[in-house]
Ligand binder design. Structure first.
Ligand code: SF4
Length: 191
C-alpha cells in the first residue's frame, strides 16, 4: 500500500469534527484538482501489518483513510483487518470509484466528476463561489446522505477566501439542508 503519511490529530471537518482520529493518508488519485493539498509523489510502500503497528501507537480507535483516493488501494480484507483490531473505519473519497462495502462511514467529497453512489453517510462539498451553486443543487438532488456539508474553498487568497465564505454562508441560509464545515485544523493551525 502506498502511504503518504500516518499521523494523529483531531478530525477537522464534517460530522466528526473535534474527534481524535488516526489519519492514514494514501498516495495517488484518479483526479487532478487545482486546490489539492496532497503531495502525491511522496509515498512509502507499507504492508497492512506495518500500518497496524504504526496506528496502534495512538489511543484512538477511529481511523480516517484519506488521500489521494483510497478507493484505488483499499479492499474489503484491509478494512476487515482494521475492524478486527477494533477500529471504526471512516474513508474520505471523491466518489468516482466504489469503496469496499464494509467501510463504517463514507465521507464523499465530490469534485468535478459524477459520483457512483446513490447514498453515502455524509457529503462534503467544496464551495468555490456562486458559479458552483447549480452543481451543488444537482448534487443534493442526486444523492442521499445523513448530512450535507459545504466547505468554503481555500484559494490561498485571503480577500477571495473571505468573499467565498460570505457567499457560502448566504447560500446555506437560503438552502438549510446544507451545513457549514470549516477546515478547523487550518484555522487552529493544528495537524
Ligand atoms: S480528489 Fe482529492 S486527492 Fe484527488 S486531486 Fe482532488 S483534492 Fe486531490
Amino acid at each position: 500500500m502506498r502511504v503518504n503519511e500516518i499521523f494523529y490529530s483531531l478530525q477537522g471537518e464534517g460530522r466528526f469534527t473535534g474527534t481524535p482520529v488516526v489519519f492514514l493518508r494514501l498516495s495517488g488519485c484518479n483526479l487532478k484538482c487545482s486546490f489539492c493539498d496532497t503531495k502525491h509523489e511522496e509515498a512509502v510502500e507499507m504492508h497492512p501489518t506495518e500500518i497496524i503497528e504504526e496506528i496502534q501507537k495512538y489511543p484512538s480507535k477511529h481511523i480516517v483513510i484519506t488521500g489521494g483516493e483510497p478507493s484505488l488501494q483499499i479492499d474489503w480484507d484491509f478494512v476487515n483487518y482494521l475492524q478486527q483490531y477494533g477500529y471504526f473505519v471512516q474513508v474520505e473519497t471523491n466518489g468516482v470509484k466504489r469503496l469496499p462495502t464494509n467501510v463504517d462511514w463514507i465521507t464523499c467529497s465530490p469534485k468535478y466528476k459524477p459520483i457512483c453512489y446513490g447514498e453515502v453517510d455524509e457529503i462534503k462539498c467544496v464551495y468555490e463561489g456562486k458559479e458552483s451553486e447549480e452543481k451543488i443543487h444537482k448534487l443534493y438532488r442526486s444523492v442521499r446522505a445523513e448530512s450535507f456539508y459545504l466547505q468554503p474553498c481555500d484559494v490561498k487568497n485571503p480577500k477571495r477566501n473571505a468573499e467565498i465564505l460570505a457567499e457560502c454562508i448566504n447560500f446555506i441560509k437560503e438552502n438549510p439542508e446544507w451545513k457549514l464545515s470549516l477546515q478547523t485544523q487550518k484555522i487552529l493551525e493544528v495537524r
